[in-house]
Design a protein around this ligand. Structure first.
Ligand code: FLK
Length: 322
């Protein structure tokens, strides 16, 4: 059954979706860059639970334990969590999955304790699900057969309520056409070639690079050559290790950044490339370094500008202007 769930921006870092797990409501972070559905649970130390809603399996009449199953995930930003596993009924918007693998946290890293999310819904491919001894399917994979089309879409406008649509694309949320590109899911991500970019109107190549569409990452993370090329065009910008990235004067005139998605450019407006005040009159850039490797990560700032369509037939990824 198709449906749409509201995604609420939370302290500018993520978008949370109210989700029912065994009849218990939790605010979860939908993450197209990972494939585990995990929740804060009553098995955590009580000191980790303050400020969070959490799942208590013994309060759910539909919970079934998966005896001996465990999970342990580490994210690219260094955060992580681990615990045990069961199944329960999960409802998101109008879409229900019975027997969904629900990963109960027994441990979470400090970032999650201080973060608003009560857990994550992984929407990447189950080839990277961390459950042992048997990787589990994602909510989307389990829901696919009940959807009109095997796709979901992310609508995450800047500083405003957005949505995740399941089973259909909603043309009231974008303008123009949706441009699709083939996805290579061999690494478990919604990944595609991303071999060039533009800083303003100047084109640069980044041969061999790919991009990953990742709603679980906040910023746009690219290779150091692209980041350097961009901030070379922002007078007064600098890398400030104490702030953890590139900063510039808040009055700086920023160029646009166009990223290639398959063979097509998506242009991020300059306004979205200023992530906001770092300290005093210095502002933090929405473009930062991904570090090593050739996989760029296109996070929520990308989705602030583009409606993103994740289509399992193909698979393919599509984008359209918000
Ligand atoms: O871990 C990544 C990067 C995958 Cl390429 N994204 N997902 C996520 N969830 C929490 C922090 N980051």
């Amino acid at each position: 059954q198709d449906g749409s769930a509201t995604a609420v921006p939370s302290d500018g870092v993520e978008y949370l979706v109210s989700t029912s797990v065994g009849g218990q409501s939790l605010n979860l972070d939908f993450d197209t860059g990972s494939a585990d559905l995990w929740v804060f649970s009553s098995e955590l130390p009580s000191s980790d639970l303050s400020g969070h809603s959490y799942y208590t399996s013994s309060d759910s009449s539909t919970f079934q334990s998966l005896s001996g199953y465990t999970w342990d995930i580490s994210y690219a930003d260094g955060s992580g969590a681990s615990g045990n596993v069961g199944t329960d009924t999960v409802v998101i918007g109008g879409t229900t999955v019975e027997g969904q693998a629900v990963e109960l946290a027994e441990k979470v890293s400090s970032t999650f304790v201080s973060d608003a999310a009560d857990g994550l819904v992984g929407l990447a491919f189950s080839s990277i699900n961390t459950v042992s001894p048997t990787p589990q399917s994602t909510f989307f994979e389990n829901a696919q057969s009940s959807l009109d089309s095997p796709l979901f879409a992310a609508y995450l406008p800047n500083n405003a309520d957005g949505a995740y649509d399941f089973g259909y694309t909603d043309d009231s949320k974008y303008s123009g056409d949706i441009t699709y590109t083939d996805v290579d899911s061999s690494n478990g991500f919604w990944e595609y070639p991303s071999t060039s970019y533009k800083v303003g109107s100047t084109t640069h190549s980044q041969s061999g690079y790919t991009g990953i569409s990742d709603t679980g990452t906040t910023l746009i993370l690219m290779g150091d050559s692209a980041v350097t090329a961009y901030y070379d065009q922002v007078s007064g910008s600098s890398y400030d290790s104490s702030q953890g990235g590139y900063v510039f004067d808040c009055s700086a005139d920023l160029p646009t950044l166009s990223i290639s998605i398959g063979g097509n450019y998506a242009t991020i407006p300059a306004s979205l490339l200023n992530f906001g005040t770092a300290s005093g009159s210095s502002c933090f850039g929405s473009l930062q370094s991904v570090g090593s490797g050739t996989q760029n990560i296109y996070g929520d700032v990308f989705f602030n500008a583009f409606y993103g369509v994740f289509d399992a037939s193909g698979p393919s990824f599509g984008f359209a202007t918000v």
